[in-house]
Design a binder for this molecule. Structure first.
Ligand SMILES: Nc1ncnc2c1ncn2[C@@H]1O[C@H](COP(=O)(O)OP(=O)(O)O)[C@@H](O)[C@H]1O
Ligand SMILES: [Mg+2]
Length: 352
């Protein structure tokens, strides 16, 4: 049995006929960092709140560390589930020092043990010298580390974090993704994060759970999710992509599409006729003798690379989207120029 098991979790809110979460099954290993990723309203927070015990599922069961904390016949209250929460706005007590904030969740411990543990976790998050300050005297990143220290202090079975990076600006956000992951790893804790940001999810997680309309679309490691998205929604949600439709060649290895014949990374086992393909922009490489040839329709600067939108020469009409290709920033490329490119089969995936 896994460390955390969510089985058939379903949540109907009163007054709504569509469930916010539908038959969600998820097994999480001890020490794993898992992220629920999806657009706003897809049921991420509701799932997290059901695990925490703040929301009652309409159906299903939840177990944590081998103990059933929710089933249709009983529910363990939040404070007895062994959960540490990190809220989006950190929810630190402004009138208490950092040390007192961290000690807050340890009310059953002796005052000596409380202080010792609070100092230990403050050291873990790199704030051992800040115990006497107040939350307003800390930066956003430091406040977040205090919130994490407070969540970790009672040695919870699992830390739950709802959009933990959304209050931070871009530069700090990147650093905090790294810091938070390091702290969670050092504490050897199991964690579930919720975010609508693919970069947050990929930077922090062992596995990512993509949700849409309350339903899990795919569960995979960031790399696998990016390379082999299961369906069009996942392909588009975890990065930019080119979606093409085509039909399978008899050899089960090539797809005939509007841009020409595309080679799959491996021979397909199932007999399929029409198929959808996701081709990542970085899987297309500009080269003089490329197999595919077209005219640049649009160029935008993405910072580290240029985004080229290329219309294929053999395209019979303009109904298709141009192909998105990433090109090195130093290359001189203009709208109207003719370019040719190849596609790396490893960055092609068949999607539903
Ligand atoms: N307390 C509530 N009462 C009624 N509907 C709710 C409540 N909380 C969330 N919902 C609805 O459930 C769906 C999922 O919401 P939520 O879990 O907050 O999504 P997310 O965190 O992915 O943005 C949404 O349609 C939302 O409006
Ligand atoms: Mg939410």
């Amino acid at each position: 049995m896994s460390f955390i098991e969510l089985k058939n979790l379903t949540k109907y809110f009163a007054g709504s006929s569509d469930p916010a979460v539908t038959s969600l099954d998820l097994s999480i290993n001890k020490g794993e960092i898992i992220t629920l990723l999806g657009p706003s309203g897809c049921g991420k927070t509701t799932t997290l709140r059901m695990i925490a015990g703040f929301e009652h599922p309409s159906k299903g069961s939840i177990s944590i560390d081998g103990k059933e904390v929710f089933s249709e016949s009983h529910s363990v209250p939040p404070e007895k589930r062994g959960i540490g929460m990190v809220f989006q706005d950190y929810a630190l007590f402004p009138h208490m020092t950092i040390l007192k904030n961290v000690m807050f969740g340890l009310n059953k411990w002796s005052s000596f043990e409380k202080k010792k543990r609070a100092k230990e976790v403050l050291e873990l998050v790199g704030l051992e010298d800040y115990g006497n300050r107040y939350p307003t005297q800390l930066s956003g990143g430091q406040q977040q580390r205090v919130a994490l220290a407070r969540a970790l202090a009672p040695k919870p079975h699992v830390v739950l974090m709802d959009e933990p990076f959304s209050n931070l600006d871009a530069g700090l956000r990147e650093k905090m993704r790294f810091d938070v992951t390091n702290i969670l790893r050092k504490a050897n804790t199991t964690a579930i994060m919720v975010t609508h940001d693919q970069k947050d999810a990929f930077a922090v997680s062992d596995r990512v759970v993509v949700m849409k309309d309350g339903i899990i679309q795919q569960i995979a490691s960031p790399k696998e999710m990016y390379r082999c998205p299961k369906n069009c929604f996942v392909a588009q949600f975890v990065g930019k992509t080119n979606l093409l439709t085509g039909f399978m060649d008899d050899d089960q290895k090539h797809i005939h599409t509007h841009i020409g014949k595309v080679c799959l990374p491996e021979q397909w086992k199932e007999r399929l006729e029409t198929v959808k393909l996701s081709i990542r922009p970085e899987g297309c490489r500009l080269t003089e003798e490329g197999k595919y040839c077209g005219v640049i329709d649009r160029v935008t600067y993405g910072g580290e690379y240029q985004e080229l939108y290329v219309r294929l020469h053999n395209e019979p009409h303009l109904s298709k989207e141009p192909m998105l290709i990433y090109a090195p920033i130093e290359q001189e490329l203009e709208v109207g120029s003719v370019v040719s490119f190849d596609i790396k089969p490893e960055l092609i995936a068949l999607v539903e």
